[in-house]
Design a protein around this ligand. Structure first.
Ligand SMILES: [Zn+2]
Length: 813
């Protein structure tokens, strides 16, 4: 019996062999007989997760998991101090120890699943060791885990965030191994939570923004036990937590990646359309400003910040894996295939480049345009100071180091989903084998053979001991206009549309073979909100300039676990020469024959490349921190010759230019402006910047912390200098300097004295032949002089004894 609504819009075609339809999504009017979905009164589930272990990944995805096991995640107990069993509060029966926050649950969340998905006995046993210890921490009143968390928030309140992660660990363990103690522990813990006042769910910086995760765990338990008080707890938690259902209420990238879906998770209970719509609304709000480039991420290098939208900014690895998790969850909650598309986009394009190709190190921030991954400070272009983009397995990236673990295992668990009509759905495409019950309870195996996303054909082979009638759903991605299906060689008569499912319902027999062809084509996307730059897609993959990558190891902590900087050994500052009538005709697709490499996400092994034509833009240069210069408006003039350039899949490029300026020759083409100046100094504090000395911003006073600044911190009492070099000599008649002085907050003061020098040949000369000038607070300090012609100006200061100093602005007339 077919209980799935077919949209009137699409035809259901009865062919000789089966019913073929195109549906927007499975509509749940009944429930799957074999798998656990939502129990009333929760909204019925359009998709059901299969028990962990039902899907055996193969091909490149399996290799990612094997590298994860053999790489950093699999060995993190030897690398991370937070995973010291003897010192962890998570492993002590009394919940007392040295380390008891998010790190252990973050790591275990993916590590356990890695073992279940790979069916790796060693990993499973190691995870079990920790899980047993965690189960033993529960108090009679239901609280479990580190006791220090009960009072660790600023005002002595409880931090319930790390438990939210541990609940995910336990849910997976139960789904894989069926240990009933998980159900008991979670029930007791939620009873304990239910005794808390509503206000307990509005505490702390992280917890109140992330209780959507806790809600999902409550519903998970409710679907297994049906205890109505769990829904009371969900309502209470929802009313106490931060209001993602109303708006994007926090701009930290990981909070967004988890929190944006919270309202839609709660919709399963409330069934308020506003709640259902809130995830999509929040997603669009974030991406409309900060996600104006391909690859599935957004600029949130710690926080999304007004003005920082250029693709030289990026997203934290925690943000990437949490977005993947959210997209997987939303696919199941809403049945909307767009979420699976978004999951593939970030998984294929951004996630691989967040790690080295051997998964032995990762970085904090992954950007679309990123031309040098050194260990030096990139702030303020990337918000945090210090090392953010070189690759390291160590605690410099403390949260991501542990949290990255769940990215690929969770992905592998979601390749196939069950449907309410006892069918199965291929949701995310990758080589694998799925074993599941379908139809009237037949044990069905389906092998999926494909190189997707590096290939456009997916072959499904059915193994079943007896004939079984059930619907098989195949997702049609948003970029695919004409998917084709054949069953046992017979082409099905369908007119598929992007963002739908092809539904094949029939009696399936052993050795039935289904071939799905998802024709990929080249696409060029324009990005008006990012200077009219363009990006290039082929199917679900976007492409980046192939830059010759030179890996240089650094650090000497452990020879087995090196840290890596990556430097460019070929030019990267190209604009694309496009055929204006037919932009996609500007690219030639080169596909390598032969079997797919085990790790296709490298420049050498990626089997698809694009040939294109580019021209160098000489004025496009890195800034003082070796961060790629900001995009300038396209089209861009270049008098350089046409060159043949190669683009590779974005996920394979660790150095990359993905957002390209377009070369123009007409009257509308802009000259790429040369930097007005290059600034240097005797010393610049990391986190400060020399590039914004002439940003045009008016300081409110010398103690203004809201605008970029330059300081010599932590040099104190010394003689220092800061210098501007201009591309050409210019006539200078006066300068204005705004001094930074953070009396009451920090240790910067006005300098004792200062003087202005200009370069005359190889000599530095004083602009004003006078004694050094005193400095004044809270105003521009004007120094007029006889005009001099020079390409370099320098301010020399004597810092006050015991204090440092700096500038908020420097104008030159
Ligand atoms: Zn992180």
């Amino acid at each position: 019996m077919n209980l799935i609504a077919t949209l009137g819009l699409f035809a259901t075609i009865a062919t000789g062999f089966s019913q073929v339809a195109v549906v927007e999504r499975p509509v749940a009017t009944t429930t799957n007989s074999f798998y656990i979905g939502n129990r009333p009164p929760l909204a019925s589930s359009p998709f059901y997760k299969l028990p962990i272990g039902s899907i055996t990944p193969r091909g490149w995805l399996r290799h990612q998991l094997e590298m994860e096991r053999d790489g950093m995640t699999g060995h993190l107990e030897q690398i991370s101090p937070w995973l010291d069993f003897a010192k962890s509060s998570w492993a002590d029966p009394q919940g007392r120890g040295k380390f008891g926050w998010e790190e252990l649950p973050y790591w275990l969340k993916g590590y356990g699943d890695l073992g279940y998905v790979l069916k790796d006995a060693g990993v499973k046993a190691e995870a079990k060791k920790w899980i047993e210890a965690v189960l033993a921490t529960q108090r009679p009143d239901g609280y479990f885990g580190p006791r220090e968390l009960l009072t660790s928030l600023d005002d002595g309140k409880s931090d319930l965030w790390p438990q939210m992660i541990m609940l995910n660990v336990l849910q997976s363990y139960y789904e894989a191994q069926g240990d009933p103690r998980v159900i008991e522990l979670m029930g007791r813990y939620f009873k304990w939570e239910n005794a808390l006042p509503v206000s307990a769910f509005g505490e702390g910086y992280w917890p109140k923004l992330r209780f959507g995760d806790n809600l999902e765990s409550i519903f998970w338990l409710y679907n297994r036990t049906g205890q109505p008080w769990l829904l009371d707890l969900a309502r209470k938690m929802n009313s106490g937590m931060a209001r993602w259902d109303q708006d994007v209420i926090n701009w930290h990238n990981v909070n967004i990646a988890q929190g944006f879906r919270a309202g839609t998770v709660f919709w399963m209970l409330s069934q308020d359309p506003m709640h259902l719509a809130s995830a999509e609304r929040n997603y669009e709000k974030v991406f409309a400003t900060y996600g104006q480039f391909p690859g599935g991420g957004f600029v949130g290098d710690e926080n999304s910040r007004p003005g920082y939208v250029d693709p030289r900014g990026g997203i934290e690895t925690c943000g990437i894996v949490e977005l993947m998790h959210s997209f997987e969850m939303l696919t199941k909650i809403t049945g909307q295939p767009v979420w699976a598309d978004r999951c593939e986009e970030i998984a294929f394009n951004s996630f691989p480049a967040a790690m080295t190709a051997d998964e032995k190190a990762l970085h904090y921030i992954t950007c679309d345009n990123s031309i040098q991954l050194d260990r030096n400070n990139k702030s303020p272009e990337i918000q945090n100071t210090g090392t953010m983009i070189s690759y390291s397995p160590y605690e410099v990236y403390r949260c991501c180091q542990h949290n990255v673990s769940h990215g690929w295992p969770y992905y592998a668990e979601e390749l196939w989903l069950a449907t309410p009509d006892n069918g199965l759905c291929a949701s995310l495409y990758a080589a694998c084998e799925v074993s599941a019950k379908a139809g009237d309870g037949a044990d069905v195996k389906i092998t999926e053979e494909t190189d997707y996303p590096f290939g456009q054909t997916v072959q499904f082979n059915i193994k079943t001991a007896k004939a079984a009638t059930f619907p098989l759903y195949l997702r049609v991605p948003r970029w695919c206009e004409a998917a084709e299906v054949s069953i046992n060689g017979e082409v099905a008569d369908i007119k598929s549309q992007p963002l739908t499912f092809i539904k094949l319902e029939r009696e399936w027999h052993d050795r039935d073979a289904i071939t799905l062809h998802l024709p990929m084509k080249l696409g060029v996307r324009h990005w008006p909100k990012n200077q009219d730059a363009v990006s290039v897609d082929y199917g679900p993959m976007s492409f980046s300039l192939a830059i010759k990558e030179r890996f240089t190891s650094y650090g000497d902590r452990n020879a087995n676990w090196p840290e890596w900087e990556v430097y460019p050994d070929s030019p990267w500052n190209y604009g694309l020469v496009l055929d204006s009538q037919n932009p996609t005709a500007s690219f030639k697709l080169i596909q390598t024959d032969g079997p797919l490499a085990a790790q296709p996400f490298t420049p050498e092994t990626a089997p698809i490349k694009l040939e294109a034509t580019g021209r160098l833009i000489p004025n496009w240069q890195p800034d003082a921190n070796n961060v790629i210069g900001k995009l300038q408006p396209s089209p861009v003039k270049s008098d350089q010759p046409d060159e043949k350039i190669t683009l590779i899949p974005m996920g394979a490029a660790r150095l990359r230019v993905t957002m390209f300026p377009v070369i123009g020759t007409g009257p509308d083409a802009h000259a790429w402006p040369a930097p007005a100046f290059k600034a240097s100094a005797s010393h610049c504090f990391e986190g400060d910047t020399l590039d914004e000395l002439q940003d045009g911003l008016e300081p409110a006073n010398s103690n203004d912390h809201n605008i970029p600044r330059f300081t010599w911190w932590d040099h104190r009492g010394t003689r220092e200098w800061v210098q501007l070099d201009f591309p050409q000599a210019k006539k200078v008649s006066s300068v204005q300097v705004y001094w930074f002085d953070d009396t009451g907050i920090g240790q910067c003061r006005l300098p004792t004295s200062w003087r202005l020098l200009y370069r005359d040949g190889s000599e530095w000369r004083e602009v004003v032949e006078s004694a050094a000038t005193p400095a004044t607070k809270d105003q521009w300090n004007v120094l007029s002089a006889r005009p001099v012609e020079t390409a370099s100006l320098r301010i020399e200061v004597q810092l006050q004894s015991g204090f440092s100093g700096g500038l908020l602005g420097w104008r030159v007339k």
